[in-house]
Design a protein around this ligand. Structure first.
Ligand code: PLP
Length: 406
């Protein structure tokens, strides 16, 4: 396929389920991406958080290629060395006693498994999730997801899911009862706009669910593996989840999801009740093992903390300069800038200037760069953002100067 034809062909033959950016990405390296005309972009999307060690890392490419030459297909009904190595490596970095794992092909599927395990392990139906939450778009996961725009045409969804308001202790106390199987919690809400809950509220949720004998399910699909400057975002508050859902970057962009729990919890689903053909695929597992090695060898969790601190402080500096910026929030390299107006033009103008950013709702710019992003690349993003914010400010708030609201 000639890269310049990709857009026309995909528009003709690929379901229009994604809001598309008008760019054809053909290669990448580290935190940089290149389009079909070889224009360079700093990638602040990280493939929606699925690229943590950087694009096309040579060690990941080597591991994938070596494994593909040996064995590509291997169903979970036989043992496999690449799968064994991956689950062993994962078990060594997972918190607490969460050392029994199930491998899936996506984050949503990791959540599906967690819903079934939570219900089976407790013998209860009721699941408490949080307003603003995103847990995926398959029917079970969608029942835990909050946003009406994803849910409304598919209701009724899976019954017995309730949503409590973010950071509200009183309603949490009223809602978590003796018939609650689990609370599903994102330690930092991602799609919901990069919202960091208070430590007190998160601790309360953990205490409430454990007091009634239910399970705390942490959805770290977006926050896990160093994204927030800790290996897992639960470390910021000290919560100890009973079930952990993971996905996104752990196989460097190959499809994967992980549901992890202690043996006693995980084993409540008997043989055959929950399986998937491709789960634990050897090539994905080889990529996952290489990704964990790189994460540790290149100290990328520390880099996410340090680079994230610099990035956030600089974004706060831009907030002081541009009245159009309402708030800056986030942890590590999971950051957001909330604007006073629709952020669409800002994203488009940044793209034209060589910076790929994400949104999270109508007026939130979201930054999920690879954890290896360098200071000079962050500076490029900041300089671009400064220019596009100024342009937007002049258009939206005529007469405004960048002297702003410092
Ligand atoms: C917190 C969270 N949970 C679940 C999912 C769903 O993962 P996937 O898109 O791999 O199904 C996402 C995806 O963005 C997510 O951010």
């Amino acid at each position: 396929m000639i890269p310049s034809e990709a857009r026309e062909v995909e528009d003709a033959h690929y379901a229009r389920y994604y809001a598309r950016k008008p760019v054809t990405i053909v290669r990448g390296r580290g935190a940089l991406l290149y389009d079909d005309k070889d224009k360079e972009y700093v990638d602040c999307t990280g493939a929606y958080g699925a690229c943590i060690v950087g694009h096309a890392h040579p060690k990941v490419a080597q591991a994938i290629s070596d494994q593909a030459k040996k064995l590509i297909a291997c169903h979970g009904s036989t043992y496999n060395d690449a799968r064994a190595e991956f689950v062993l490596k994962l078990s060594t970095i997972l918190p607490g006693d969460l050392n029994k794992l199930f491998l899936t092909n996506s984050g949503a599927e990791a959540v599906e498994c967690a819903i079934k395990v939570a219900r089976k392990a407790t013998g209860r139906r009721k699941i408490v999730a949080v307003k603003g939450a995103f847990h995926g778009k398959t029917h079970g996961a969608l029942s835990a997801t909050w946003d009406a725009k994803y849910r409304k045409d598919f209701e009724p969804l899976v019954p017995d899911f309730v949503h409590i308001p973010f950071n509200n202790p009183e309603i949490a106390k009223e809602t978590v009862t003796n018939d609650t199987a689990a609370i599903f919690l994102e330690p930092v809400q991602g799609e919901g706009g990069i919202r960091v809950p208070s430590k007190e509220w998160v601790t309360l949720l953990s205490d409430l669910i454990h007091d009634v004998g239910g399970l705390l399910v942490a959805d770290e699909i977006q926050t896990g593996f160093g994204r927030t400057g800790k290996m897992f975002a639960g470390e910021h508050t000290g919560i100890k989840p009973d079930i952990l859902c993971l996905g996104k970057g752990i196989a460097s962009g190959l499809p994967v999801g992980v549901t992890a729990a202690a043996d006693g919890t995980m084993s409540t689903l008997p043989v055959g009740e929950h399986t998937t053909t491709f789960g634990g695929n050897p090539v994905v597992c080889a990529s996952g093992s290489a990704t964990i090695d790189i994460l540790l060898e290149e100290h990328l969790v520390d880099n996410a903390a340090k680079a994230g601190e610099y990035f956030k402080a600089s974004l706060l500096g831009l907030m002081g300069k541009h009245r159009i910026v309402r708030e800056v929030r986030g942890l590590g390299l999971m950051l957001a800038v909330e604007t006073r107006f629709d952020a669409h033009e800002i994203l488009t103008n940044a793209l034209n200037e060589g910076v790929l950013m994400l949104d999270a709702g109508r007026n939130v710019l979201r930054f999920l760069p690879p954890l290896c992003i360098q200071t000079s690349q962050i500076e490029r993003v900041l300089a671009t953002l400064d220019r596009v914010l100024e342009k937007e400010e002049l258009a939206r708030l005529p007469g405004s100067s960048t002297a702003g609201n410092a």
